[in-house]
Design a protein around this ligand. Structure first.
Ligand code: 13P
Length: 294
C-alpha cells in the first residue's frame, strides 16, 4: 500500500509507537526496508534527501521503482522527501510522486519558517500529500550540535507554529544530531521537554538523527511520544560492516554476492529497529479487520 505519512503517523500517535524512516539510496536498500516491514507487519517510511539525490538516487528513477514496491507491499509504505530545502524542491518532489514532503526551514528565523512551511502545506495538502516541518534545529553530530539547549524546540512556539502552518508532523530538537557521534559518546536527550511538547501538541512528533542514540534513549523517546525516527548513518553502517566482514572472510566474493550481503544486512537491521520502536504487528489481517488501521 502506497500511502501518505499522515496515514501512518496518525495511527502511530494514537497507539503510542514509532515508525522507522530510513534513508534509501538504491534499490537494494528500499527493497530490504520494505521486505523487513512486510515480514514484521509494520508500516515503513522510505526517504531520501536532496544531497542523496544528487549523488545516488535521482527521483526520476527512484520514485517509480519505490512506488511499485510500495503498491505491491502488504503494509503501508510512505515515500518522504527528507529535508526539502525550498519551495521549488517541494513542488518537484510532489510532481515526481513522493507521498510526503519535509520542508526544512529550521535554520531560518521563526517567521520565515512559518511562512515557508505554510506555503508547502497549502500546496501539498491540495494534492493529498502530507507535510513534516522542523522547529528548533537538529544539527550535525560532527559539529557537536545537540549538546546544548539553545537549538531545542520551544514548547509555546511549537504550539503556535503548528496552528499557523497546519503541518501533519513536527520534527523536534531534543538533543540528537545527524551523523556519527564521537566514539563512545551517547547523546543526552531532554525527555522533560519531549513530555511537554507531546502534552501540548498531541500530534505525531519526529526524531531526526536516530543513529548512535542508544537503545535506551530510543525506547524512552518512543514512550515519550516520538512517532517517526529518522535513521541514515546506522543503516549505511550495517551494510558497510557486513561487506567488510564478507570480504575479509571470502576475498573472492563478486559484485553480485556483495550486493546481496549488503541487502541482507540492511534488512536485518530494519527488522531489529522495527521491533525496538514497536511498529511490528500493527498491520496484520486481524488489525485490518477490526479497523485499527485507520
Ligand atoms: P542519522 O544519519 O543521524 O541517522 O540522521 C538521519 C536523519 O535524521 C535524516 O533526516
Amino acid at each position: 500500500m502506497f500511502v501518505n505519512m499522515k496515514y501512518i503517523l496518525d495511527a502511530a500517535n494514537r497507539d503510542n509507537y514509532a515508525v522507522m524512516a530510513i534513508n534509501c539510496i538504491n534499490m537494494e536498500m528500499a527493497r530490504a526496508a520494505i521486505e523487513a516491514a512486510e515480514e514484521e507487519h509494520s508500516p515503513i517510511i522510505v526517504q531520501f534527501g536532496v544531497g542523496q539525490m544528487t549523488k545516488m538516487a535521482h527521483p526520476t528513477e527512484m520514485v517509480p521503482m519505490i512506488k511499485a514496491m510500495a503498491e505491491r507491499a502488504s503494509v503501508p509504505v510512505c515515500l518522504n522527501l527528507d529535508h526539502g530545502p525550498s519551495f521549488e524542491a517541494e513542488v518537484d518532489a510532489i510532481k515526481w510522486g513522493f507521498s510526503n514532503v519535509m520542508i526544512d526551514a529550521s535554520s531560518l528565523p521563526y517567521e520565515e519558517n512559518v511562512r515557508r512551511s505554510r506555503m508547502v502545506v497549502d500546496m501539498a495538502h491540495a494534492k493529498g500529500i502530507s507535510v513534516e516541518a522542523e522547529l528548533g534545529h537538529v544539527g550535525q553530530a560532527a559539529e557537536g550540535d545537540g549538546r546544548t539547549a539553545d537549538m531545542y524546540t520551544n514548547v509555546e512556539q511549537a504550539v503556535e507554529f503548528v496552528k499557523e502552518t497546519g503541518v501533519d508532523a513536527l520534527a523536534v530538537a531534543i538533543g540528537t544530531a545527524h551523523g556519527k557521534y564521537p566514539e563512545g559518546f551517547v547523546p543526552k536527550l531532554d525527555f522533560q521537554r519531549l513530555a511537554e511538547l507531546k502534552a501540548a501538541l498531541k500530534m505525531p512528533l519526529v526524531l531526526h538523527g536516530g543513529s548512535g542514540s542508544g537503545e535506551e534513549n530510543i525506547r524512552k523517546a518512543v514512550a515519550g511520544g516520538i512517532n517517526k525516527i529518522n535513521v541514515c548513518t546506522d543503516a549505511f553502517h550495517a551494510a558497510e560492516k557486513a561487506i567488510k566482514a564478507k570480504w575479509e572472510a571470502e576475498p573472492n566474493t563478486d559484485y553480485l554476492g556483495i550486493c546481496m550481503v549488503a541487502e541482507k544486512a540492511v534488512k536485518e537491521f530494519v527488522r531489529d529497529y522495527i521491533r525496538l520502536i514497536g511498529s511490528n504487528n500493527r498491520y496484520t489481517f486481524e488489525a485490518a479487520d477490526n479497523g485499527s488501521k485507520e
